[in-house]
Design a protein around this ligand. Structure first.
Ligand code: NAP
Ligand code: MG
Length: 504
């Protein structure tokens, strides 16, 4: 995810001060032409479901609009899939898995995944623009992170497809069958790749539903599946509401379900499949602590704090939404942070200079705003840099709260927006106690000069991922997942593949 310096950027943005502005985004996957984003994303007026290798109208004949949150304008009509469509998708997936995909040697399956990855690279700019339009995240994020990382997941899992015996030495590895998957709106394309690539590399077939807010690139990715010649039924994409997601999760044909979304919906799904023998992966919410010790390189830490909570407008499950800062440097860190936030550009997500784009929907914006009221009523102090927001669209300036105590709701609940709660601490033990004092356990960050302290913290913190002197770094080789109410199971790496197979 975002790095602190754009290593390969040909022309780093230069500020009035003459100093190059540090890039907020992930800049090292590949270089990109710095021209303004005016390319045509080749959008259609209407998108259908993708079942059995074909684009088909939903049985109900109903459609819903997907909207650009930066302009509030309709982008396209999307098919509203229901029970009959979900059944058809599972039938297609089951047939494909039993007759074609499950029988192909891994080296043959790999060729399709490589092809999908390359086609996605070929159409990278188009997908980046479509993602930014549908979700509201800045183009420099979709261009330099979401799209290349999605391609990287297909490349990585293509590499595994003919080496699967090495994920569990001494055991025979077999696919599970058909997998049902439901994903959220914060990384629409990347979550498709996270879910689909390991599942099909392993020989499973898929029925997947994207979020209502961001269905566009999910169905555009199906165009790539078709162009790659992926056998019909291997991946089926059903756009539609949460209730359709419920049908996908509970379907009797699903041997495994994989869900990424809120803890609340995760619990509903778990109740609906309780007692079944489905294998499950749950990637749920988070309230990560980003912990800054007094010996940390403070300027670097400030970049990590900004990246941790303002990347993707803070709509990130592993966002560093709680800053734990050692008391002796707290004042300096907050002053530096405020200074840095004054330099962030909030606005049109298609502008390549934008750092903070639009919030995904009016509902999400209202929810974030309600937390600002809650924080103020609880007695915390709110600060936002002065910034002029566009008249239309769903925007929220970067926001920090000081004077936060652990009992405050803004310190306990996932806000899922660009809002940082700052909490001081004195000792290492206090930092650990405060960081772990949450029902969640997805990620954490530690900023310190001491290697021994990094080792201690990463052992003691109850989080699936602990970053040291960095934050929001992702790689397909590295497993990702949570503890406690952040879920179970892992995605990425060898561990992620183990969650998509049976060992015989
Ligand atoms: P959400 O409301 O839980 O929705 C996630 C997905 O579930 C959407 O596709 C949604 O469809 C669908 N859904 C809603 N109700 C359902 C039901 N009863 N049965 C089955 N599916 C249902 O979450 P969100 O607001 O989209 O995303 C934000 C949440 O995701 C945050 O809590 C965040 O922490 C979490 N997240 C976690 C990870 C991780 O890896 N741990 C990664 C990203 C996000 P509709 O969109 O149509 O309602
Ligand atoms: Mg949208």
């Amino acid at each position: 995810m975002p790095t602190l310096t754009a290593k390969k950027s040909k022309r780093p943005p230069v500020r009035a001060s003459g100093r190059a502005a540090p890039a907020l985004i992930f800049g090292d996957l590949w270089e990109f032409d710095p021209a303004p984003e005016t390319a045509d994303p080749k959008l259609k007026a209407r998108y259908e479901l993708f079942i059995d290798g074909q684009f088909v109208a939903p049985a109900s004949g109903n459609y819903f609009d997907t909207v650009n949150p930066a302009t509030e304008q309709k982008i396209a009509e999307m098919a509203l899939g229901g029970a009959a469509d979900v059944d058809a998708a599972y039938r297609a997936a089951d047939k494909a898995q039993k007759t074609v995909w499950g029988k192909l040697p891994g080296r043959e399956r790999a060729k399709y995944l490589y092809r999908i990855a390359r086609l996605l690279q070929d159409r990278a700019r188009e997908f980046a623009i479509a993602e930014t339009m549908d979700n509201g995240k800045p183009i420099k994020e979709t261009r330099d992170f979401d799209v290349p990382m999605a391609a990287a997941h297909f490349f990585y899992h293509a590499g595994w497809a003919d080496k699967l015996e090495y994920i569990a030495p001494g055991r025979r590895v077999a696919p599970l069958g058909v997998v049902g998957q439901v994903i959220p709106w914060n990384f629409p394309l990347l979550m498709m790749a996270w879910k689909i690539a390991p599942a099909i590399a392993m020989g499973n077939c898929v029925v997947i539903k994207p979020a209502t807010n961001t269905p566009l690139n999910a169905i555009k990715l199906a165009e790539i599946f078709q162009d790659a010649g992926l056998p019909p039924g291997v991946v089926n994409v059903i756009t539609g509401p949460g209730s359709t997601g419920g049908l996908i999760m509970a379907h009797p044909t699903a041997a495994k379900i994989a869900f990424t979304g809120s803890t609340e919906v995760g619990k509903v799904i778990l109740r609906s499949v309780a007692g079944s023998d489905k294998k499950m992966t749950m990637e749920l919410g988070g309230k990560a602590a980003n912990i800054v010790f007094d010996d940390a390189p403070l300027d670097q830490a400030v970049e990590g704090i900004v990246n941790g909570i303002f990347f993707n407008q803070g709509q990130v499950c592993c966002a560093g939404s709680r800053l734990l800062v050692q008391e002796s440097v707290a004042e300096r860190v907050v002053a530096k942070l405020k200074n840095r936030l004054r330099a962030l550009r909030v606005g049109n997500p298609l502008d390549k200079n934008t750092d903070v784009g639009a919030i995904v929907s009016r509902g999400q914006l209202d929810s974030i705003r309600s937390y600002l009221d809650i924080g103020v009523k609880e007695g915390a102090e709110l600060w936002q840099p002065p910034c002029r927001l566009p008249a239309k669209g769903f925007y929220m300036p970067p926001t920090i709260f000081t004077g936060v105590s652990q009992s405050h709701r803004i310190a306990r609940e996932e806000i899922f927006g660009p809002v940082l709660a700052i909490i001081p601490f004195r000792t290492v033990e206090e930092a650990i106690e405060k960081a772990n004092n949450t029902p969640y356990g997805l990620s954490a960050g530690v900023w310190t000069d001491k290697g021994s302290r990094i080792l201690k913290m990463s052992t003691e913190l109850k989080a699936g991922v602990v970053w040291a002197n960095t934050f929001n770094q992702f790689d397909p080789t590295s497993p990702f997942g949570g503890y406690k109410e952040s879920g179970f199971g892992r995605e990425g790496g060898r561990q992620g593949l183990l969650d998509y197979c049976k060992l015989v």
